[in-house]
Design a binder for this molecule. Structure first.
Ligand SMILES: [Zn+2]
Length: 280
């Protein structure tokens, strides 16, 4: 794994292998720690109103999810490439648009979010039960069904009795982004990364085809699975979307967090890394 990583990195940055790996590991470690600290700092400062618990849990979980996606990407440099990084970044775009939209009408929308998720879980459960209808479930299936039922029943939100199960936001992601004032994010992040997420032609034709070398074949393209260089730009983007999620949250709930953010530190470190690799 380490040598594969060194190979991949040395295709990108012409530096001394050992030193480079050490430096990148350090940047990752600092970023991951700071990102988690930032999440904790916000949660600690937030005045929680338990009568509206759904809002705090939904927003808290979305911010934590954003930290998870960013830190998982950070800790796996072998996926900092056009094959896989966009899958994670597109998921971060989803989280950001949901968060920004919910923050505009916190109670109503966080309830919708919970209800939709519970509805989906119930649907999964029904599908699973239907699948094994005509026989006894295996012990593993029994555990799975019971734990899903227990999880659904453990959701103690008072509003659950009043509302019927509908669709999540009732509108498209594009409309959500428009309403939340982040259509730029939809156009420049969500949509372009969708091509990779859904393995659309405009992604796979670029990443998984190459021109045939046989001149008699009229330059048709053949399938391939190329190794890609490690590109720290993807880590930068993950940090950027995390920062934007935190900022949108801070603005919405009027919070101020002191000190250098994970993203600011990451920018500083990546600049330093570029400088060193330029010099060598
Ligand atoms: Zn050919």
């Amino acid at each position: 794994m380490a040598s594969k990583l060194i190979d991949a990195i040395s295709r990108t940055l012409p530096m001394d292998e050992g030193q480079e790996l050490k430096q990148i590991n350090q940047i990752i470690g600092v970023f991951v720690n700071k990102a988690r600290q930032e999440l904790k700092a916000r949660w600690d400062q937030w005045h929680i109103d338990l009568s509206k618990n759904e809002f705090y849990e939904v927003v808290g979980a979305l911010l934590a999810r954003q930290v998870t996606l960013a830190t998982q990407l950070a800790e796996n440099p072998l996926i900092w490439n056009g094959h896989i990084a966009p899958l994670i970044l597109r998921a971060m775009a989803d989280v950001y648009i949901s968060l920004a939209w919910i923050l505009k009408e916190p109670i109503d929308r966080s309830r919708k979010f919970v209800l939709y998720g519970l509805g989906q879980e119930k649907l999964n459960l029904e599908h699973r039960k239907a699948q094994i209808e005509k026989r006894d479930p295996t012990p593993a299936e029994k555990i799975m069904i019971e734990s899903s039922e227990a999880w659904i029943n453990s959701q103690r939100f008072t509003f659950l009795t009043e509302v019927n199960l509908g669709s999540w936001s009732g509108i498209s992601t594009r409309q959500m982004a428009e309403e939340a004032g982040c259509i730029d994010f939809y156009n420049y992040v969500y949509t372009p990364f969708s091509a990779c997420s859904h393995s659309m032609w405009n992604h796979i034709a670029r990443y998984n085809l190459r021109q045939c070398l046989n001149p008699l074949h009229q330059y048709h393209r053949c399938p391939y699975d190329p190794e890609m260089p490690v590109d720290p730009e993807y880590l930068y983007l993950a940090g950027k979307y995390l920062q934007r999620s935190f900022s949108t949250f801070d603005e919405s709930v009027d919070m101020k967090i002191e000190g250098q953010s994970a993203f600011e530190k990451l920018c500083e470190d990546l600049n330093q890394l570029n400088k060193v690799s330029d010099e060598s």
